[in-house]
Design a protein around this ligand. Structure first.
Ligand SMILES: *C/C=C(C)/C=C/C=C(C)/C=C/C1=C(C)CCCC1(C)C
Length: 256
């Protein structure tokens, strides 16, 4: 039974990769001086590779850490699919509609926030309140941002409400119940991961509201630079974030 399950699980990884959109067309048209296109290419492949890695590593950690690693893989997988599309659209048209990024964020950002809850759950320090506050905070941050950028509500109103959502999340992971639980109950490895993750949410995530201001409210940043910056930021915000969880999970699992 276990052997069969392992075989079945090993088949998941290649099957998931088959879902990624085709690449031949984009490869044929990518110009060697198209740095935005190249950054799309790099992040797409890095996310695909990270997905395989996180899924594979679920076999090496103890049961209560498996969910955290699986969620890391979901984040990189969802983002990889979006990036493969965005890259093809970019190469074909020289633009990438923001709506793809928002759809990606709407799925991946709540999952990233839930990782804080899952880490605390693995060390027996989580509460349902932490889960709901983090989840609701992400939607308060993202939905008004989208409505503002898409022109349904005033740009500034969308920005201000979104910022409040972000500050609320930061408050929770630094000073709220989640922050206190981590400080009280975490081992060294978990504390290291938790601390680094919340700095990613503070510094790494600041790129997006900055892009909103410079790209949409003031119009001072051009779309090319913004795309390159977003693409590089996602290496930290999605892959490095997942690696921190992998670090905590493997450190904890090897102790027991
Ligand atoms: C992998 C993608 C990530 C981590 C995306 C994160 C996106 C944000 C932190 C967006 C934040 C925004 C605000 C704080 C203000 C309103 C506008 C947003 C949605 C760009």
């Amino acid at each position: 039974m276990t052997v069969m399950f392992k075989k079945w699980r090993a088949a998941i990884v290649p099957s998931l990769l088959l879902l990624l959109p085709g690449t031949a067309n984009a490869a044929a048209n990518l110009q060697s001086n198209d740095f935005v296109g190249i950054s799309f290419w790099l992040i797409s492949m890095a996310l695909a590779a990270a997905t395989v890695f996180f899924l594979w590593e679920t076999q090496c950690v103890s049961g209560k850490w498996k969910t955290s690693l699986t969620v890391s893989a979901l984040v990189t997988f969802i983002a990889a699919v979006h990036y493969f599309y965005m890259r093809d659209v970019w190469v074909a048209t020289g633009e990438t509609p923001t709506v793809y990024r928002y759809i990606d964020w709407l799925l991946t950002v709540p999952l990233l926030m839930i990782e804080f809850y899952l880490i605390l759950r693995a060390i027996g320090a989580a509460t349902a309140g932490i889960f709901w506050r983090l989840l609701i905070g992400t939607f308060v941050m993202l939905i008004p941002g989208y409505l503002g950028e898409a022109g349904y509500i005033d740009l500034t109103v969308g920005f201000v409400i979104g910022m409040l959502g972000w500050f609320y999340i930061l408050y929770e992971v630094f000073f709220g119940e989640a922050g206190k639980a981590a400080a009280a109950k975490a081992s060294e490895a978990v504390k290291f991961a938790y601390t680094a993750m919340r700095w990613i949410v503070t510094v790494g995530w600041a790129i997006y509201p900055l892009g909103y201001v410079l790209g949409y409210m003031t119009g001072t940043a051009d779309q090319n630079s913004l795309n390159i910056i977003y693409n590089l930021a996602d290496v930290v915000n999605k892959i490095a974030f997942g690696l921190l969880i992998w670090y905590a999970a493997t450190s904890e699992s090897s102790q027991k």
